[in-house]
Design a protein around this ligand. Structure first.
Ligand code: AMP
Ligand code: MG
Length: 370
């Protein structure tokens, strides 16, 4: 049984404090606690306790070579986690912490090797969400926490997503309502020069470059997973993925609309139930095209409109919840519209590509004028 405890800001302060104090005690005792952060829900364990950390890998079905992020409550405690702290780390922490930025630094041996999957480094961040911060403060030690989903599934942005994936597998879930950012933190490797962006997220590449000057982009961010050694082991797995096979469709809204319409007709005719995740602009272009005479009728199609294309923040916030919804609606094939990889769009483009297992369809302009 998983106990769900509400800790959102409508819960009276004292009650919330008691719940978080108890959750902190449980973390100290080696138990797992799922909790909200501003990015996605995390599954926490004491990062200094190997048995507790191994429970995370078991509950998620996470491969043992995929390291975890350690969460601290204040910058001052970075020294308990990292063996050395380069100047840029302190500068970035000053600007972006608390917030969705994870720094990869040399690991201190207080953090057990299981956390880092044996790597000599550790990924660390200071989350902004008040529930996460109060929980870590009560635990009074660094908390290792990957996303609180079954390995490979879309990350959880609401407590009900956690319950669906991990219900019965973890003792306690703190329900703090929906997550504000919706995609995971940015992971920046500061152990190499120049620094390398391993995973785009809530802090943008543009923001990092404005502080650090040069920041390289790991080729895995938008490319195929490489077969050689990987710097961020998590990047090599199919991830964020709905159960149904998914394709990413890239192009302008009119071109995407035409391509999607053609594929939907073809697939619905072959008995597939097609799920769409598209922008407002493309939804408009598709218009009645879709509601009219589909083979098999409306039952063959489930459409989720994410938001306007030039608001990648909204795409980010809703992406994982909508992918889960398409799964639950029984989609057998999913088409997802891409976004330009700029600003938060880079994080969205990365998650979409990996949810699609890198199956990309280019929608070429043509036919009617655009
Ligand atoms: P998750 O916590 O599920 O969002 O995944 C954590 C991400 O951080 C994965 O992509 C990991 O590969 C990455 N990560 C964690 N620790 C390290 C590390 N020491 N070096 C490089 N990447 C890391
Ligand atoms: Mg994850």
């Amino acid at each position: 049984m998983t106990r769900v405890v509400r800790v959102d800001d409508r819960v009276p302060r004292e009650e919330r404090r008691r719940a978080l104090a108890e959750a902190g005690r449980r973390l100290r005792a080696g138990e797992l606690v799922a909790f909200p952060t501003e990015t996605v829900y995390g599954l926490g364990a004491d990062a200094t306790n190997p048995a507790a950390v191994r429970r995370i890998f078991a509950a998620k079905g996470r491969p043992a070579d995929n390291p975890l992020i350690v969460h601290i409550e204040q910058v001052e405690r970075l020294r308990e986690v990292a063996a050395t702290i380069p100047g840029p780390a302190l500068e970035l922490a000053g600007l972006f912490w608390p917030g969705p930025l994870t720094l990869v630094l040399p690991r201190r041996d207080t953090i057990c090797p299981e956390v880092s999957a044996g790597l000599p480094t550790v990924a660390v961040r200071c989350p902004e969400h008040p529930v996460a911060r109060e929980l870590i403060a009560f635990a009074d030690r660094p908390v290792a926490a990957p996303s609180a989903n079954l390995s490979g599934r879309p990350s959880p942005t609401r407590a009900e997503h956690v319950l669906r994936d991990l219900g019965g597998r973890i003792p306690l879930l703190l329900d703090g309502g929906p997550c504000r950012v919706g995609v995971e933190s940015t992971v920046l490797d500061l152990t190499s020069r120049p620094p390398v962006l391993l995973r785009p997220g809530g802090v943008t590449l543009e923001e990092l470059r404005s502080v650090l000057g040069r920041v390289d982009l790991d080729p895995g961010v938008l490319g195929e997973p490489h077969s050689g050694p990987v710097r961020s082991p998590g990047m090599k797995y199919r991830h964020y993925a709905p159960a149904a096979p998914a394709w990413l469709v890239e192009g302008t809204p009119p071109a995407v609309a035409r391509k999607v319409f053609q594929l939907v007709k073809e697939w619905a005719g072959a008995g597939e139930r097609v799920g769409l995740l598209i922008s407002e602009e493309t939804a408009q272009q598709l218009g009645e095209l879709l509601s009219a005479d589909l083979p098999g009728g409306g039952g063959t199609l489930q459409v989720e409109v994410v938001g306007p294309r030039d608001h990648p923040e909204e795409y980010a916030r809703r992406l994982f919840a909508l992918l889960r919804r398409l799964d639950e609606a029984g989609a057998s094939r999913i088409l997802m519209e891409g976004v330009p990889p700029v600003g938060m769009g880079l994080a969205v483009a990365n998650r979409l590509r990996r949810a699609a297992g890198h199956q990309v369809i280019k929608a070429e302009p043509g036919g009617a004028p655009e």
